[in-house]
Design a protein around this ligand. Structure first.
Ligand SMILES: [Zn+2]
Ligand SMILES: [Zn+2]
Length: 189
């Protein structure tokens, strides 16, 4: 599976969970019951909900724009209205054609990855994470974490920067330095 396909699949799998998170029904099972009604907003749930609805809006807009960009570049007609997971599936089906346009392929991968991560963050660390042994070769912190689902190791130190030109961690504050799981950070510098 290509990176783009991986991130599109991840996003398609997670997006419905994000929608569920916004639904009022989601709070009854695990959180204590507060006073009912909108007059007593909870200090703990309101910011979370805003965060979730912001993420949903951002991802929805991003997916629509990305699909339009893909179809435009491939000379296809405008895409019909469809729910976000359907649009993502339609894009995934076009990846073989997208691969013929390197800049577009890169854009699709970057956007899919950005949105999948935004989705994970809004879901509040639903992705399992393990502490890795050793120190980050770039910042020397004990900040390496393994994300088995993502298939990679990340340095979670927000201030960590590498000197590689092809890595986004120096230019994008939301980007952490990342190694494929098969690669040992200790020897990859
Ligand atoms: Zn680091
Ligand atoms: Zn980096």
């Amino acid at each position: 599976m290509t990176d783009a396909a991986y991130w599109l699949n991840t996003l398609r799998d997670q997006f419905p969970t994000l929608i569920d998170e916004l639904a009022p029904a989601g709070r009854s099972a695990s959180t204590p019951r507060g006073m009912p009604g909108p007059a007593t907003p909870s200090r703990t749930t309101v910011p979370l909900r805003l965060h979730v609805s912001d993420a949903i809006r951002d991802i929805t807009d991003g997916v629509v724009e990305l699909e339009e960009a893909v179809r435009d570049k491939l000379g296809l007609g405008r895409a019909g209205q469809a729910p976000v997971p359907v649009r993502i599936g339609r894009m995934a089906a076009l990846l073989a054609q997208v691969a013929a346009h390197p800049l577009l392929a890169e854009h699709v991968r970057d956007e899919a990855r950005r949105m999948a991560r935004r989705c994970s963050r809004a879901l509040g660390g639903s992705e399992p994470m393990l502490t890795a042994a050793g120190r980050c070769p770039w910042c020397d912190s004990v900040s390496l974490r393994v994300f088995p689902e993502r298939g990679s190791t990340l340095c979670i130190n927000p201030g960590c920067r590498c000197d590689r030109a092809d890595c986004d961690c120096g230019t994008n504050p939301a980007q952490r330095h990342e190694w494929p799981l098969a690669q040992n950070p200790e020897v990859s510098r």
